[in-house]
Ligand binder design. Structure first.
Ligand SMILES: Cc1ncc(COP(=O)(O)O)c(C=O)c1O
Length: 348
C-alpha cells in the first residue's frame, strides 16, 4: 500500500536504525544520556533558544508549554483549528487552562479578534489571558506556512500585553523549507517552540520543546510529572539527530510532489483543491457537491477513500474534506502510482 494518511507513517531507514543501534546512552532522568543532551543543545541552537527538552510527542511538547505559560484558571488564545485546542485530548483543560479559540482563514490571529478575546486582570468575572499560541505550518488551514509579517503583528500585540507566546512548530521544518527562511528566524518571536522529528523528518518517535533556561527547567518537572521521563532514550535521540542530518534537505521534494499531486486532483473531474493552500507536504481537497466520490460509505468516509484503497493508495477523509500527505517514504515512483490510480478513476 502507498500510505498517504500522514507524514507520521514513515519507517526508520536502515541508516537511521544503524545510528540508533550505535547510540551512546545513559539515564536521561538523571540527565546523563549524552545523545539526548547533544540533541537538545543542537535543537536549542537551531531554534535560537537557551535550552531544549526532548519529549515523546508533539502533544507533550505543546502541553508542557501550556503548563509553563498558563497558571490554572487563565486562558490560552489560539486558532479554532489549532492542534493544541482540538487534538490533544483536552489536555489544556486537565491543566486547568481555558482555551479561547479565534477563527481565521490563514492560521494567523487578526488583531481585532485578539482585542475581543483578550481579558486583563481587571474584571473579576473573566479568566485572564496568559498566552497566545500559533501553529506553523498550520495543519487545519491546509499546511500553509504562516506569513512572517502576520506572525510579527501577533507577537507585538502579545508583547504589549505581557503575554507569553508559544509556537506549535510540529512542522516548522516544512515552513522553513517553504519560506526559505532558517527555523531560528521563524522561531525568534516566540518564548517557547515545539518541533517534531516524527513527522516529515521520518524519525519513529520524538519532539522537543525549546525556550529559556527557566521555561525548560519547569518543563522538565512537568515532563516527569506527566510520565514523560525516559531512561536510555539516546536510541531515539539518535534517530532524531540522524533525521536532522539527512532528511531535513529532502522536505522540498515532499513539497514538490504535493504540488504535483494537487494539480492532478484539480484535473480529476469530481474533485476540488485550493492550490494556493498547497504550500508544503499536506494536500487537503474535496469532492464536488453531489459527485459519487463524495457519497459517504458505511463508516462515514467519502467513497473516494475506498476507491483509492482498492487501488493501493491510503488517504484520510471525513464528510467535509480529504487529505493526502507526502513524506519520506513516498518517492517519485510511488507518486507515479498514485497518479495512475487517479487516472484509472477518471476512466471508470
Ligand atoms: C500541528 C501539530 N501539532 C502537534 C501534533 C502532535 O504531535 P504528536 O502526534 O507527536 O503528539 C501534531 C500531530 O500531527 C500536529 O499536526
Amino acid at each position: 500500500m502507498i500510505d498517504l494518511r500522514s507524514d507520521t507513517v514513515t519507517r526508520p531507514t536502515a541508516a537511521m536504525r544503524a545510528a540508533m543501534a550505535s547510540a551512546e546512552v545513559g539515564d536521561d532522568v538523571f540527565r546523563d544520556d549524552p545523545t539526548v543532551l547533544a540533541l537538545e543543545a543542537r535543537v536549542a541552537a537551531l531554534l535560537g533558544k537557551e535550552a531544549a527538552l526532548f519529549v515523546p510527542s508533539g502533544t507533550m511538547a505543546n502541553q508542557l508549554a501550556v503548563r509553563v505559560h498558563c497558571p490554572p484558571g487563565t486562558e490560552l488564545i489560539c486558532h479554532t483549528g489549532a492542534h493544541v485546542y482540538n487534538y490533544e485530548g483536552g489536555a489544556a483543560a486537565l491543566a486547568g487552562v481555558q482555551v479561547r479559540p479565534i477563527e481565521s482563514a490563514d492560521g494567523l490571529l487578526p488583531v481585532e479578534s485578539l482585542d475581543r478575546a483578550f481579558h486583563d486582570h481587571c474584571d473579576a468575572h473573566l479568566a485572564p489571558t496568559a498566552c497566545v499560541a500559533l501553529e506553523n505550518t498550520h495543519n487545519a488551514c491546509g499546511g500553509v506556512a504562516l506569513a512572517e509579517s502576520g506572525v510579527r503583528l501577533v507577537a507585538s500585540w502579545a508583547r504589549a500585553r505581557n503575554l507569553a507566546l508559544h509556537l506549535d512548530g510540529a512542522r516548522l521544518w516544512n515552513a522553513s523549507a517553504a519560506l526559505q527562511r532558517p527555523v531560528g528566524e521563524l522561531a525568534a518571536p516566540f518564548d517557547t517552540v515545539s518541533v517534531c522529528f516524527s513527522k516529515g523528518l521520518g524519525a519513529p518517535v520524538g519532539s522537543a520543546l525549546a525556550g529559556s533556561h527557566e521555561a525548560i527547567r519547569r518543563a522538565l518537572r512537568y515532563r516527569k510529572a506527566l510520565g514523560g521521563g525516559m531512561r536510555q532514550v539516546g536510541v531515539l535521540a539518535a534517530a532524531a539527530a540522524h533525521a536532522l542530518d539527512h532528511h531535513l534537505p529532502l522536505l522540498v521534494h515532499d513539497h514538490r510532489r504535493a504540488r504535483v499531486l494537487a494539480e492532478a486532483l484539480v484535473a480529476t473531474p469530481g474533485l476540488t483543491c485550493d492550490l494556493t493552500r498547497v504550500q508544503t507536504n499536506l494536500v487537503y481537497f474535496g469532492t464536488e457537491a453531489g459527485h459519487p466520490f463524495g457519497a459517504l460509505d458505511a463508516s462515514g468516509r467519502p467513497a473516494l477513500v475506498g476507491l483509492l484503497a482498492e487501488r493501493g493508495v491510503l488517504i484520510t477523509g471525513s464528510a467535509t474534506r480529504l487529505r493526502a500527505v507526502l513524506h519520506l517514504d513516498i518517492d517519485d515512483a510511488a507518486l507515479g502510482e498514485v497518479l495512475a490510480a487517479l487516472t484509472s478513476l477518471r476512466s471508470r
